[in-house]
Design a protein around this ligand. Structure first.
Ligand code: FES
Ligand SMILES: [Fe+2]
Length: 400
């Protein structure tokens, strides 16, 4: 008897040995990918963008992943809403540009028109029994975390209450409500999305692949050196609320809550920010009064990551395109009152993570090429890949 799709996935998961990289099928099999779409991409919250991208009524941007496209916009009364970019007539995409400003959303195919709330307001020459009221755009869940806009395509989205409660303090300190998006770059990676996420989650590759990063971040050192630096750093900053550590991303202890993780790590001595020589690159964020020589790692859901230096924040979003392609999108945030050219220079601000992400893109694509080989076998993970291992544990549980 042929195996059902679910039996096949269960067998794959059961055969996966802990402490090793994933078997080839996890990176190539379409049934695996479809299970990921259902159990991960459509269920979890995804960083969509920042409120500073849509300051006025009618401003919008689109977010595309897998086969889906979402329009995130500012409504007539100033609310942030999201709709599927999918016309209710015969299914055309409606917004073809990645961003813009519109008073209403008109489908380019036969000109059905929707207001910013997604209600169908005009459809020419339709039969008498056609009801406009039930042909509005599909609603997409939206949540604001500081100025960060998150979207979720599930009918029963995971709760963000626990995260909002736990992260109140660092959000306030870093002024998550008073940042603006300074720059955004997209890196198209011809590899399975997990190779990109796994790469982001381990720093075993940092020393050999990222000489620029390794000059600034203590994390690129051996686990022993890093742990000592981290303990000393935390002890020296005991009362600083930035130094809380939350590890709720993978444990799934609180059912129905979105996973998240927050931690503060030391930079190397003398470094204050993620820049050439670790020098400051922008005005301090939010309520901060001084640099402490650290950077915070924040994860929200499985695809959205943030790295918060004292004077700017990086957003990292992994968007799956198909089983063998994904996009890594990097966003740079600064304090909203900072003026480009005066308080910060884009080139200095973006240098470290542009050069680092370009290197990541190439190592991830080379990784996929090797994983595609008929001779590929899962390899043993190092001590510096323990966080990646936590992700893999969570992933295998979540897939089936
Ligand atoms: S598909 Fe949009 S109006 Fe026809
Ligand atoms: Fe990297």
């Amino acid at each position: 008897m042929a195996l059902t799709q679910s039996d096949k996935l269960k067998q794959l998961v059961a055969a996966q040995q802990r402490g090793y990289s994933l078997a080839q099928s996890f990176y190539k099999d379409l049934d695996v990918y479809q299970a990921e779409v259902k159990n991960i991409f459509l269920k979890h919250w995804l960083y969509a963008g920042h409120v500073s991208q849509i300051p006025s009524s009618g401003d919008y941007f689109t977010v595309d992943f897998d086969t889906e496209s979402v329009i995130v916009l500012r409504t007539a009364v100033g609310a942030v809403k999201a709709h599927l970019n999918l016309c209710r007539h015969r299914g055309s995409r409606i917004c073809l540009d990645q961003s813009g400003s519109q008073k209403s959303l008109t489908c380019p195919y036969h000109a059905w028109s929707y207001n910013l709330d997604g209600e169908l307001i005009s459809a020419r020459n339709m039969p008498d029994d056609f009801a406009r009221s039930v042909n509005g755009l599909h609603h997409v869940n939206v949540a604001l975390l500081g100025g960060l806009i998150f979207i979720c395509l599930s009918n029963t989205p995971l709760s963000l209450d626990s995260l909002r409660h736990d992260l109140k303090q660092p959000f306030k300190l870093f002024g998550m409500n008073s940042m603006k998006l300074a720059e955004q770059k997209s890196y198209r990676i011809l590899a399975n999305w997990k190779l990109a996420v796994e790469n982001y989650q381990e720093c075993y590759h940092c020393a050999p692949s990222h000489p620029e990063f390794a000059q600034i971040h203590a994390m690129a050192k051996s686990p022993k050196v890093f742990q000592t630096a981290k303990v000393n750093f935390s002890q020296a900053n005991q009362d600083n609320p930035k130094f809380m550590a939350l590890n709720r991303y993978f444990d799934l202890a609180e059912k129905g809550q979105e996973g998240y993780q927050y931690d503060r790590n030391p930079l190397l001595p003398g470094a204050l920010s993620g820049s050439v020589g670790g020098k400051p690159v922008a005005p301090l964020l939010g309520a901060l009064q001084e640099y402490d020589g650290g950077a915070s790692e924040l994860m929200i859901g499985p695809l959205s990551y943030f790295l918060i230096y004292d004077d700017h924040m990086l957003g990292y979003r992994f968007l799956p395109v198909s089983v063998d392609e994904c996009i890594c999108e990097v966003s740079w945030f600064v304090e909203e009152s900072a003026v480009q050219g005066q308080d910060y220079q884009l080139e200095q601000l973006t240098w470290l993570w542009d050069v680092t992400t370009q290197a990541d893109k190439s190592i991830i694509m080379n990784n996929q090429k090797g994983v595609d080989s008929r001779f590929y076998q899962p390899g043993r993970l190092s001590e510096m890949e323990s966080f990646q291992q936590s992700f893999l544990d969570w992933y295998l549980q979540t897939l089936v």
